[in-house]
Design a protein around this ligand. Structure first.
Ligand SMILES: Cc1cc2nc3c(=O)[nH]c(=O)nc-3n(C[C@H](O)[C@H](O)[C@H](O)COP(=O)(O)OP(=O)(O)OC[C@H]3O[C@@H](n4cnc5c(N)ncnc54)[C@H](O)[C@@H]3O)c2cc1C
Length: 364
């Protein structure tokens, strides 16, 4: 048998940015570089907002809301701890680290993305992905208790992956010297301890998004922990949406929105109805998705006609999609930047004006 693995084609940061831009277009208020530092409560003890810290100016202020939802991935337990009504002993997350290594395609040439069993009896699948003249492979899956913001690639991660790759591709003889780059990420896995039967349940709502393991998953190996998600509402109303995978994001958001609509309609006399998010295009996706390749080619052609080099034009069309019209329309007002191509200049300008890019890292 075989399978088609499409997740690798996704540009995760762009998916997040285009969702945020669409939410803004639909009336949402977006902020960047703001860290929640405390959950605040009204006189009835219900969560009614957060104190945030502006990570650029250092200023702190309160943001009030009828509903507070914690969607902070691997940091979910830390954000719950910002709520002084939450018991810090009740941790929910079991983060695991995943490492990828990158070699030149001349050292490991796989014609198509491939995945196969690790051959080490740990139940893991390993991916080899060709992209832009390089091949990357991974991942590891190990429990992680370190600094979530800066997970590091350890020698043991490299040894594990090289052992498997050289077994699968015995003629490749990949060594550490071939590894040009690497990255490590932390998976936000949910692993709840079963609650003692006589203890009052911490949360009042059942899971809306199914799949999270809740039966003694601390006994499982890292790779056996469910990739399912969990949606919970604490006694003070703080909602936490955790776990899952990128591919589940719309399903998870749907579950959370159903919970939010129910609260708003029953407690705040609103008449909100769920939307069908399958029919709402993210920003930049406003074209015929059945003919996506043709449509993107047309945007690239328009960019070339506006003086952008073909490689830059194709890249921009892929990143910005239907927003290319707006970018090209503003091109005449954008001043050239020394050392940057026209494609780079326009992309940078657009990101600063429309995507809250505040630092070079934000843009990249
Ligand atoms: C190696 C690896 C491979 C993976 N492969 C796949 C795959 O093939 N397919 C797939 O579907 N998924 C995959 N995943 C899983 C996927 O990446 C995650 O499920 C997804 O990124 C989780 O998104 P999230 O928004 O919940 O968390 P995150 O993307 O981690 O976002 C959480 C955000 O919360 C912010 N935050 C934290 N604390 C605070 C605070 N106090 N105040 C304000 N903001 C805060 C953080 O800055 C961060 O931006 C993989 C993950 C890893 C690590």
């Amino acid at each position: 048998g075989g399978g088609i693995y499409l997740d690798y084609l996704n540009n995760d940061s762009r998916l997040v940015i285009e969702n945020i831009k669409k939410a803004h277009e639909l009336g949402g208020l977006m902020v960047s570089r703001m860290k929640a530092v405390k959950v605040i409560h009204n006189q009835f003890g219900n969560a009614c907002g957060v104190t945030v810290k502006d990570m650029i100016s250092g200023e702190e202020f309160d943001v009030k809301a009828k509903i507070v939802l914690n969607a902070s991935g691997p940091w979910s337990d830390f954000v719950k701890d910002l709520d002084d009504k939450h018991d810090p002993k009740k941790t929910q997350m079991r983060p695991t680290k995943g490492v990828h290594l990158v070699v030149d395609q001349s050292r490991l040439n796989v014609p198509k993305p491939t995945y196969f069993g690790s051959g080490t009896n740990d139940g893991r699948m390993i991916f080899t992905i060709p992209r832009d003249g390089k091949t990357y492979f991974g991942t590891t899956d190990t429990d992680f208790k370190g600094d979530l913001t800066h997970p590091k690639v350890e020698q043991s991660d490299v040894d594990y992956l090289l052992r498997i790759i050289n077994k699968k591709y015995p003629n490749a003889h990949i060594t550490l010297d071939d590894v040009e780059s690497s990255w490590a990420g932390v998976r936000p896995l949910v692993a709840e301890e079963p609650a003692p039967v006589d203890e009052k349940a911490e949360e009042e709502k059942p899971d809306v998004v199914s799949g999270a393991s809740d039966s003694g998953s601390h006994k499982l190996t890292a790779s056996q922990v469910s990739r399912g998600s969990s949606l919970k509402r604490a006694d003070d109303g703080l909602i936490t949406l955790a776990g899952g995978k990128l591919t589940d994001y719309r399903k998870m958001a749907d579950g959370a929105m159903k919970m939010i609509i129910e609260i708003m309609n029953s407690q705040y006399a609103r008449d909100y109805k769920p939307v069908d998010s399958a029919n709402i295009k993210v920003s930049g996706g406003d074209f015929d998705s059945d003919h996506a390749e043709e449509e993107l080619e047309n945007y690239a052609k328009k960019a070339i006609a506006a003086g952008i080099d073909p490689v830059g034009a194709e890249k921009m069309a892929n990143i910005f999609g239907s927003n290319m019209d707006e970018i090209l329309a503003s091109a005449k007002d954008v001043k050239p930047v020394q050392g940057l191509s026209l494609a780079e200049t326009l992309s940078l300008h657009y990101s600063m004006e429309n995507e809250m890019a505040m630092t070079p890292e934000d843009y990249l």
